[in-house]
Design a protein around this ligand. Structure first.
Ligand SMILES: Cc1cc2nc3c(=O)[nH]c(=O)nc-3n(C[C@H](O)[C@H](O)[C@H](O)COP(=O)(O)OP(=O)(O)OC[C@H]3O[C@@H](n4cnc5c(N)ncnc54)[C@H](O)[C@@H]3O)c2cc1C
Length: 413
């Protein structure tokens, strides 16, 4: 089978346009830092200028409809954009985009104009506030309350492990400002007497709303460090997406994509690629055990790439997906840990030297990978949870479950 992508002359022309535009608009000194948490406010602002300009061109979310701020382009254009962006290696400002498909599928026309449009144009970022201290894997047991008051909802409760790392507004507190927080998409109980899965709403809370407190907890990695407290946060009823007890269903549109249902355009482990080159340069591959381990890591990474491409193709051609997303998600997490083990095994303890140590290989990137490969097993459903989903959808678990339909938001040709 030939897995090579081929492009039409029109698509190659588009690639040239993208390449030229990026060369003219992305400052050459704007390079991705080792950890996203190290994005300083100045860099954050510079990246945001580029993002907004891309948003105006419809290139931030190329397959979404133009009337909502997307590009109205095909998934092939998206692939080209992602490939060229990857080469530029620009830092990423934190923007969790998992609310976008939910807004597209469940939002009213007004909500699409008022909330989705600024998100697609890159004017506001997104933060995902789902997890609570007693509701991670078992998300449906969440406790945050939403009480209706006239034309408003009032939210009270707390969320943990919230991603939203880049760009500290205040270096002493390490807490970002409301501009950087953007839209907080969250779930809260609207009817405490209703049964599980039928008792919550999906809300879009403006980051700057009164009554929000943000704390930062130290974790092994830059991601997921925020704890967010809402104390009587008042938001207009127009910020409820879907029905007032339909939040679980709306959240499935977010979670299906989070569980890998959207696939990956350019999935690869950049650290592994650099590590394999480093190991060859140092002659580490000459040891037969190392050679076997390095090949295994290469194969793990290649399988992940193919699963990601398959899912992207299925999603963008509007096919119904069941276990496919969670299969890729479980593989990504498990293979990430295995690849981390191989790097440590072959490079030795040097793999644990961080960026401050002049002897650190790859300027400390291996050390960051050691931490990230462990923590990446958790966000968006752990390895065990992904396996439970696959088992249910294959019909080999105690409870058989048909996949919630994941309407594709991609514009396929
Ligand atoms: C770096 C990072 C970033 C994150 N970012 C976000 C974010 O932006 N927004 C957000 O809302 N959340 C975020 N999270 C939270 C993440 O989604 C949860 O950590 C995850 O869902 C697991 O929940 P938990 O930590 O409460 O663990 P628990 O649910 O308490 O699980 C503990 C252990 O039990 C296992 N387990 C649980 N249920 C089962 C089962 N049915 N069968 C078998 N084993 C089971 C789990 O696999 C795990 O090993 C982030 C987490 C991390 C670490």
């Amino acid at each position: 089978m030939d897995f090579k992508r081929r492009y039409t002359p029109e698509q190659e022309e588009f690639r040239n346009e993208v390449r030229t535009w990026l060369a003219e608009n992305v400052p050459t000194d704007l390079k991705r830092p080792l950890e996203s948490s190290h994005l300083d406010p100045e860099t954050w602002d510079k990246v945001q200028v580029v993002r907004r300009a891309m948003g105006v061109k419809g290139w931030l979310h190329p397959t979404y409809p133009t009337q909502y701020g997307g590009g109205g382009l095909s998934s092939d254009h998206e692939v080209i954009l992602q490939e060229e962006l990857e080469k530029v290696d620009m830092p990423k400002v934190y923007d969790n985009t998992l609310d976008l498909p939910a807004l597209m599928v469940w939002g009213t026309e007004e909500q699409k104009q008022e909330i989705l449009r600024p998100r697609l144009l890159g004017e506001t970022a997104g933060w995902q506030l789902f997890t609570e201290s007693s509701a991670g894997s078992d998300l449906a047991s969440l406790q945050m309350q939403a009480v209706r008051d006239g034309d408003d909802w009032i939210l009270t409760g707390q969320k943990v492990f919230v991603g939203g790392d880049a760009g500290y507004a205040d270096e002493s507190t390490k807490v970002p400002d409301s501009n950087q927080m953007g839209e907080l998409f969250t779930l809260a109980v609207t009817d405490p007497d209703a049964p599980r899965h039928r008792n919550m709403g999906y809300f879009m809370v403006p980051g700057g709303a009164e009554g929000i407190t943000v704390r930062t907890q130290d974790l092994l990695v830059g991601q997921g460090k925020r704890q967010i407290f809402m104390d009587g946060v008042r938001i207009p009823a127009t910020r409820l997406i879907g029905g007032e007890t339909q939040g679980w269903q709306v959240a499935q549109t977010t979670l299906e994509i989070e569980h890998g249902g959207g696939g990956d355009v350019v999935p690869r482990s950049r650290t592994l690629e650099k590590f394999l080159k480093y190991a060859q340069e140092k002659g580490l591959h000459k040891d037969s055990h190392n050679q076997q381990a390095m090949m295994q890591a290469y194969i793990d990474n290649e399988v992940l790439r193919l699963l990601g491409m398959r899912n992207f193709w299925m999603y963008s051609s509007g096919q119904e997906m069941t276990w496919h997303g969670s299969q890729q998600s479980a593989w990504r997490r498990e293979s990430g840990i295995r690849i981390g083990d191989v790097i440590r095994e072959v490079a030795g303890l040097k793999a644990l030297l961080d960026f401050e140590d002049p002897g650190a290989p790859l300027a400390g990137e291996m050390e960051v990978h050691q931490r990230e490969s462990l923590t990446a097993a958790h966000p968006g459903g752990t390895i065990e949870v992904q396996k439970v989903i696959v088992a249910r959808r294959l019909g080999i678990s105690r409870t058989r479950e048909r996949a919630a339909p994941t309407p594709s938001t991609a514009k396929s040709k």
